[in-house]
Design a protein around this ligand. Structure first.
Ligand code: PPS
Length: 298
């Protein structure tokens, strides 16, 4: 299934046809979740792969065997991608770990009444945008991103593949008050205190970890360790699909890399769109506080 030039439009959102079909997207919306499932939800480039690795390691009590022998898409498949039904059927891994980039307004109904544990991962949208832009350049299943300014405009309009970051984040984080099986974790929290984030996730997943296990998780899900792990760094993907000569999936792994791409004008424009689109959101992000402090500095 190459379909590198195909984009599927599903409920008004673009999805790369290399990985998605109308059928696979439709099937995801009716997925019969089991109460023991762990669902990782994210907008692309928010720390999905990192969370897949963390959850695998926590479930393995820090033992890296699974995370270093089975590719992430086989141990935590994306629900909406065409191969997931076959992977989930053949898998013997327990608990099942499933990943999705679908927005809440599409997947929410399938989760209604389920006790599946949902982990929502978010990241500063400016870092998401920069990471997504670089990924578009190397991933041949995405359209040409154009200039950074053009891509930024599409991101703010929500016309990039996977739709609007704003709708995605508001849709999922808006459920935290009513869904007690939903945990919101940010990329920035994981960067600041990986040890603490792992402990918090371990207790949410009801998977108690002693200190040695936590330390092992921290070691194997560090950026340097994951960059060298073929099961997560996407070097197993053929060149015609992911052109590694144009970049690497494990690119920088940094908080605040947007500062190397954005002009002051782009930052101001982004901020004003952000403030208007997020005014109805109750969530306060770590990176918002950090940026406010930086602006206040003399
Ligand atoms: S995808 O395509 O949606 O699955 O991408 P996703 O995994 O969500 O995001 C990729 C970015 O996450 C960074 N990454 C990490 N950062 C820090 N530590 C660890 N361990 C880690 N693993 C992945 C990866 O480098 C991408 O970010 P950028 O900014 O491009 O480096």
């Amino acid at each position: 299934m190459a379909r590198l030039d195909v984009l599927e439009t599903f409920h008004g959102i673009l999805f790369p046809g290399h990985l998605h079909t109308q059928d696979s997207l439709q099937l995801a919306l009716k997925f019969p979740f089991q109460d023991t499932d762990i669902l990782i939800v994210s907008y692309p480039k928010s720390g999905t792969t990192w969370m897949q690795e963390i959850v695998t390691l926590i479930s393995s009590k820090g033992d890296p065997h699974l995370s270093q022998t089975v590719p992430n898409w086989a141990r935590a498949p994306w629900l909406e991608q065409h191969y997931s039904a076959a992977v989930l059927e053949a898998s013997t891994i327990t608990p099942r770990v499933i990943t999705t980039h679908l927005p809440h307004h599409l997947l929410g109904p399938a989760l209604q009444g389920s006790k599946a544990k949902v982990i929502y991962v978010s990241r500063n949208p400016k870092d998401v945008l920069v990471s997504f832009y670089h990924f578009h350049k190397m991933a041949n299943f995405f359209p040409e991103p154009g200039s950074f300014q053009e891509f930024l405009n599409c991101f703010l309009e929500g016309t990039v593949p996977f739709g609007s970051w704003f709708d995605h984040v508001k849709g999922w984080t808006g459920q935290t008050a009513t869904m007690n099986n939903l945990l919101h974790v940010t990329y920035e929290e994981m960067s600041l205190d990986l040890n603490g984030a792992i402990k918090r996730l371990g207790s949410f997943l009801e998977c108690p970890l002693v200190e040695d296990m936590v330390n092992s998780c921290v070691k194997y899900c560090s950026f340097s360790s994951m960059k060298d792990n073929k099961m997560v760094n996407y070097t197993l993907i053929p060149e015609e699909i992911l052109d590694q000569s144009k970049g690497s999936f494990m690119r920088k792994g940094k908080v605040g890399d947007w500062k190397n791409m954005f002009t002051e004008e782009q930052n101001q424009n982004f901020k004003s769109v952000y403030n208007s689109k997020m005014q109805d959101s109750a969530v306060k992000f770590v990176w918002e506080e950090q940026e406010t402090e930086e602006n206040a500095a003399p």
